[in-house]
Write a protein of this length. Sequence first.
Lengths: 339, 456
Amino acid sequence: MEDFEFINAMVLLANFVIVPALSYGSQLALATLSLTIIYGVLRFSNFAQADWMSFGTMATILFTWLFQSAGISAGILPTALLALPFAIIVTALFCLLIDRSVYSFYRKQKSQPIVLMIVSVGVMFILQAVVRFIIGPNDRKFFDGEKYIVHALDFKNYFGLEEGLTIKSTQLITVVVALVAMISLFYFLQKTKLGKSMRAYSNNEDLALLSGINPEKIVIVTWIISSILITTAGVLYGLDKSFKPFTYFNLLLPMFAAAIVGGIGSPIGAVIGGYVIAFSEITLTYAYKKFFVYLLPESLEPSGLMQVLSTDYKFAISFIILVIVLIVRPTGIVRGKII
Amino acid sequence: MNDELRAPIAFAIMGILLAIVGFTQSWSVSLSVINLCIISSIMAIGVNLQWGYGGLFNAGVMGFTALGGLTAVLVSHDPIYEAWDKAGVGIVISAIIFVLSITSLLFVFRNIENKQIRKTLIILIIVFGLIGINNFYGPSIDIIESINPAKTGFLGGLGLPIIFSWLIAAVVAGLVAWVIGKITLRLRSDYLAIATLGISEIVIAVVKHEDWLSRGVKNVSGLDRPVPYEIELQQSEWFLNLVERINFSKLEAIQSLSSRQDLLNDLVIDSSGIFVKLCYAGLFFSVLLLIFYLSQLALNSPWGRMLRAIKDNEEAASAMGKNIFAQHLQIFIIGSAIIGIAGAMLTTLDGQFTPGSYRPLRFTFIIWLMVIIGGSGNNLGSIFGGFFIWFIWIEAEPLSIGFMNMLAGGLEYDNPLRMHLLGSAAHLRLFIMGLLLLLALRFMPKGVIPEKIQKK
């Protein structure tokens, strides 16, 4: 089937690079958005953000189990989507509790951002302990419902190609949910009064206070939005792969990288950064041998794996990009401006 | 409380705590804790120089520790001649290509103004560099890793005594810190934190996955030791005599000859372990004293005064003609070098290099706790913090198990809640650490032994 070589190569690429990167990028973009919102309004780099992600996901898993034991399900969709709103409420309440008992003190003192950052390290420890205490440090899968939208085998048979394309339902759910979340966030920030006052507060605190914006209200709204975004991101990631506290903690690094690459403080930048990090992680570690075997004539076929970096360095890639961005364009892709 | 008295009281309490462990658990346990406490204190001094005196947030402590550990392996392990013979050339060539590509990239960045030419040149260098390295590097590492993979499978080291590695580790960590500092120190403080956090992850990724260099997750064990082995001690005449003399009264009390001999044997085995740990403690303690003395000396010199001036008010110091960036770079390098020394010492103490064991919580954030709780800006405080936090970290586990047992007291043996509580006891220590940090930041932001404000 000489004529299909090109199509086969493209399907191969879509299956192993584009579809996974798109869903991982959406998860990362949501998580980075929450980091950026905290950074923009409360003005510190929150080291505990990845552990808020595990906390939110843990809450979702607990609600999912509750629903499953009560016999409630969402049909072909995962039960976790039903549990998500409840988990968001729990996470937001816990966020506000921690803010009241820990962060608000330093806010009143007008402490330097770096002090708040160290405080967030303390919160990180406590959250890790809480999550591991309640659900344990092990790997957990909580996906149920219909697993595939397009199955490789069906795809192959239907189109008569050598390569199959698999689209997991979690991948489609991820992209759809992420898009909805992003659009509503941008609508909120740009069009609603509360969103505008949040941007005003983030841009110039004193001026915002002068125009009668209630700072406590802004802080509460910020934590709620952050909880919504981070819990959603965590649940989508967990549905797609699985939930493990240590893996989630490791996502802190790509999140920070995405925030800086995109331009720290800018929501659009956070989204772009998330996708840039995800696509580079996957494109740079994919072995392109088979892809070139399809495309090139036999005499030119590559002998090696045609892999830029081994998959062992997946995590390192986000930092190599980060370092390059810091050298070449320290402001990030979208020049970092506050929200 | 009088500030002058804080340090002696703090150290006295620490001594009592360690003595309690000695009496209730065993002196061997107490000594192991002390050894790690000393290493932690050295790391804390390194971080304190950067944070307390320079105001730099280095979140890459783990990376420098691992670099120190790697240096210990590369200095002390015997070279694997077979690997060098078969693949040494390939590795050297790829290293040369790597260095050449980096230097030419830097050259292009600095000297070529035309953007179009610059871009093309950069892409060309990267592509040719990658092709060149792939041609030599891949095949060579395959050869190296296939030579006796169960035991070696890497290039080995220099075969020098391991104690040299402590010095070399300082140089290696300092060099890496120089590169990192050049890139990140001009940025804002939290960028530095994130960048160092990331770079330390890269260091760990390299030592974990470059098997030809460090055997990766297969670990390097059986490293050279700067102190005698227990088994040698147990067979040497003078040590037997020493043990006999120390425990003279105990042995006298026993009548039968054979049971006296048994007791002596037990005592010799116990004491040999303690003796080895004491040797380590002596070595580590001298390093700690030396580093403490040198850093106090430096900080009380004009150079130290300048650092404090910069930390107090960067703009004013800059207006006085001080080069802020250069000073930050210096203190970043010095602090990282000290952390590197501690990393090499840790690997020496363990006798093995286990890349899989480097976790940011244990090697970065705990060290930060030590500095902040001990008192940032005061080296004595960091030493105390190193001892205190490490002690809590170690002793939190038995304490949490005890606490959980108390909680689950009324429950039956196989009750699921009881099993869950006991199973999660280990996580309680994370909670204790977080709580300690938050409480210290809130109620004792200057730490146990605060920075001395000098008035002259």
